[in-house]
Design a protein. Structure first.
Length: 145
């Protein structure tokens, strides 16, 4: 679901945080990100017409075992939405624009009051891929209204 209308061409954020890149890896879309974005460029500092040199916009970090993506990745929001939308289309669904979740109703008494992230992604059959960890497949309680 997306509250806004389709076609937003701006960007509310400057890019993907390292943890978001990890989630994109879990979703199976990270391989499409490098071609759509890039590392943050250096900026040129000036004093009037005199260039003072370049510097980083942010502190850069090397990947570590607990943080496999060391720095942000510049990717406009419109491209992020395109990547996620294409992945949802591959799963046989789509982004529901102009929609807002205002509550949940349990459809039947037999329906479990939880859903795994695997199910929330639209998967109804089969097991998660091997790269999904236990934390990513543990059911999370949902509040039914």
């Amino acid at each position: 679901m997306e509250r806004s209308a389709p076609g937003f061409q701006g960007s509310r954020g400057a890019g993907l945080q390292p943890r978001t890149r990890e989630i994109f890896e879990d979703l199976g879309v990270l391989d499409t990100v490098p071609a759509a974005g890039g590392t943050y460029p250096l900026i040129m500092r000036w004093d009037g017409d005199t260039p003072l040199g370049t510097s980083d916009i942010m502190e850069r970090s090397d990947p570590t075992p607990d943080r496999p993506y060391g720095e942000m990745w510049m990717l406009p929001q419109v491209r992020t939405m395109e990547i996620l939308g294409a992945h949802l289309a591959e799963l046989g669904t789509q982004i529901d624009f102009n929609s807002e979740l205002t509550g949940l109703t349990q459809p039947t008494e037999d329906a479990p009051p939880y859903a795994s992230p695997w199910a929330l992604l639209g998967h109804t059959e089969g097991a998660p891929p091997p790269n999904w960890t236990r934390q990513q497949t543990t059911p999370r309680p949902l509040t039914w209204g």
